[in-house]
Design a protein around this ligand. Structure first.
Ligand code: HEC
Ligand code: HEC
Ligand code: HEC
Ligand code: HEC
Length: 268
């Protein structure tokens, strides 16, 4: 028995130091512990701490699954995306880069001449408020999907571009607001469908994995290959069914043709 307790104890210690650990004690769980050095996940933290089972869809978007009662890192969420690790350029960061890389960082500016170093610990990444009007009063939200003008007052309506969620072109403009350059969709028909808005960035990059009466839950890790089959089949909750008969192998064979080399998008 003592041996068992000792082994258990050692396993616990090993687990606590293993960087990829996924289970937290509720009392110890905090996004503060998950945020890399110099980051502040203050907004995402707010979205993952609202109480009540009816809010668990929000926690999953952040990347925390509480369905079992114990919080577990949910790789479908934002915490597993590059958007939550957008300081990939290390020391060269400044407030002008933050315009796209961390729109809610302190001092983020659209003016390159005003570029200054970022105060440590204020980098939020491409946080929830880059795409959702988190800081705007409910009654002022004309849409739940927005682009935010970095460096401006996030409580004011005029600092948002509200995106109509039923308009494919607007949903693509949401991403192109920062992604001026992206992969070429090598298949011409596919490029045309993206231009026209019939196919949206989010159909592949934010496929749905659950649909309830109130919400469509989408992968917030923004990955495609990792989310097969949802990301190729048109997902659930969308009338368009793209490749619902394709096998996993078929999808994986096609991926290189979809991604292609980076190119300037032809138009906006
Ligand atoms: C506020 C600006 C902004 C918006 C809006 C935005 N992104 Fe990003 N995205 C970035 C930045 C910056 C990076 C790169 C972060 C880095 O590598 O440092 C990135 C990275 C990514 C990556 C990962 C790239 C890689 O190298 O693996 C994907 C995929 C992606 N974005 C998809 C999307 C999609 C889809 C949308 C629209 C729903 C979107 N983004 C909207 C700024 C934005
Ligand atoms: C107009 C928006 C925008 C601005 C301003 C911007 N970036 Fe980016 N940056 C992006 C996006 C979007 C990506 C992701 C591109 C992708 O993976 O296709 C990115 C990716 C990167 C990457 C990762 C490239 C890679 O291959 O992984 C680096 C490094 C980078 N940016 C550095 C900077 C620096 C330094 C600045 C400021 C001097 C800056 N960026 C300003 C939008 C921007
Ligand atoms: C790069 C843009 C982007 C970022 C960053 C982002 N989201 Fe989203 N989010 C979207 C888009 C696009 C949708 C899908 C809207 C639709 O289905 O019409 C969405 C949908 C959602 C939904 C479901 C809404 C519903 O009721 O159907 C929730 C909840 C959500 N996001 C929460 C978050 C949280 C919390 C964060 C931060 C951890 C976050 N999002 C970060 C783009 C983003
Ligand atoms: C038909 C599906 C599809 C559509 C539509 C699509 N993408 Fe992608 N995208 C992919 C695949 C596949 C990859 C490879 C990475 C992966 O598997 O997650 C990728 C990779 C990326 C990357 C990472 C770039 C790199 O070189 O690693 C970015 C950034 C990106 N897409 C942005 C966008 C934006 C912005 C749009 C909309 C204008 C868009 N994508 C539309 C399938 C798609």
């Amino acid at each position: 028995m003592r041996k068992f307790v000792l082994v258990l104890f050692l396993l616990l210690i090993a687990w606590a130091f293993f960087p990829g650990f996924t289970i937290f004690q509720e009392s110890e769980y905090s996004l503060k512990n998950l945020a890399p050095e110099n980051y502040s996940y203050v907004e995402a933290e707010g979205c993952s701490s609202c109480k009540g089972e009816e809010n668990q869809f929000m926690h999953r978007a952040v990347g925390v699954d509480r369905t079992s009662g114990v919080p577990v890192l949910d790789k479908r969420g934002w915490l597993s995306s590059v958007h939550s690790r957008s300081q990939s350029h290390g020391d060269r960061i400044n407030t002008a880069c933050a315009r796209c890389h961390a729109p809610k960082a302190k001092g983020a500016t659209r003016n390159k001449e005003e570029a200054k170093p970022i105060p440590k610990g204020t980098w939020q990444g491409v946080t929830c408020g880059a795409c959702h009007p988190a800081s705007l009063e409910r009654s002022k939200r004309k849409s739940l999907v927005i682009n935010y003008a970095s460096g401006t007052d996030p409580t004011q309506t005029e600092n948002y571009i509200f995106r109509n969620r039923s308009n494919g072109k607007e949903m693509n403009a949401l991403c192109r607001f920062c992604h001026h350059e992206s992969h070429d969709l090598l298949i011409e028909a596919m490029q045309n469908t993206v231009e026209s808005g019939a196919l949206r960035c989010i159909d592949c990059h934010m496929a749905a994995y659950a649909v309830t009466d109130q919400h469509v839950e989408r992968f917030h890790n923004f990955k495609v290959a990792a989310n097969i089959p949802n990301s190729c089949s048109g997902g659930i909750g969308r009338s368009m069914s793209c490749h619902d008969k394709g096998s996993r192998e078929w999808f994986e064979r096609k991926l290189p043709f979809v991604k292609g080399p980076r190119q300037e998008w032809s138009s906006d």
